[in-house]
Design a protein around this ligand. Structure first.
Ligand code: SF4
Length: 239
């Protein structure tokens, strides 16, 4: 099945080329009998996609991964989004025994101590739940935008994710920051209050920070590590 899917990626990209985001999401939801999911972190871009899906009744399941280390504000946006759209965004959590082992052996903030311990934490709290969320699904929608990519990294709106064995669709890949913000304001979409305090990404509280205007977007996460180590961590499926 995956083998076949991998080789369908190009033809799917051709079929949705030139469609609006709503048309493309609808086409994919119909073509793949709703085995299409969207992973939201409740940032600006996530909220645009959530609005497109829920206000147009598109058959894409929205889920979030609650790593257990999210900002308080994230839960408020999550809750107000559920209320505004009369929706229930699905939650995936890390496996309790994995978190207990990691924290008992290393301490609650061991991710600051080495790249290995940070990768272990990310695997336990984000990657493993993502793998469970993707099981049985065919297409993952992400909120990735070109402005957030590491320098020199080129991707296309529809691509094959070898690691997770799914087709990934990035509907907002070419949207600018202003386009995202204007869409949010125009449609009165609930958004994360930390965006008003210089946060460009929304992730785990200990590993995400505000940046200054003009500062490299990539320094918003894992700023204590080298640039190379940070870029290695940014898989497109994790957005
Ligand atoms: Fe752990 Fe930080 Fe990764 Fe969140 S972003 S899973 S707190 S290392």
């Amino acid at each position: 099945m995956s083998y076949q899917l991998k080789f369908e990626t190009g033809s799917i990209a051709d079929k949705i080329s030139g469609l609006t985001e709503i048309e493309a999401l609808s086409f994919l939801a119909n073509a793949f009998e709703e085995r299409i999911v969207f992973n939201s972190s409740f940032g600006w871009e996530d909220q645009v996609i959530t609005h497109l899906i829920l206000s147009n009744n598109i058959g894409v399941e929205i889920f979030t991964i609650d790593s257990g280390r999210l900002f308080d504000e994230t839960y408020k946006v999550w809750n107000s989004t559920n209320k505004q759209y009369n929706a229930n965004i699905k939650a995936y959590y890390p496996l309790q025994e994995n978190v207990e082992d990691y924290v008992s052996n290393n301490g609650p903030n061991a991710f600051y101590e080495s790249k290995e311990l940070r990768n272990q934490c990310c695997f336990i709290r984000k990657t493993e739940p993502l793998q469970r969320a993707l099981a049985g699904n065919t297409i993952l929608v992400t909120a990735l935008r070109k402005e957030h990519l590491p320098e020199g990294r080129e991707i296309v709106p529809v691509e094959w994710d070898e690691l997770n064995q799914v087709i990934v669709y990035h509907p907002l890949l070419y949207w600018t920051t202003d386009e995202v913000k204007n869409f949010i304001y125009r449609h009165n979409i609930p958004y994360h209050p930390l965006h008003n305090k210089g946060f460009v990404r929304i992730g785990c509280a200990p590993c995400t920070r505000a940046i200054k205007p003009g500062e490299d977007v990539r320094s918003a996460n894992w700023w204590w590590e080298t640039k190379k180590a940070r870029e290695y961590s940014l898989s497109t499926a994790s957005f």
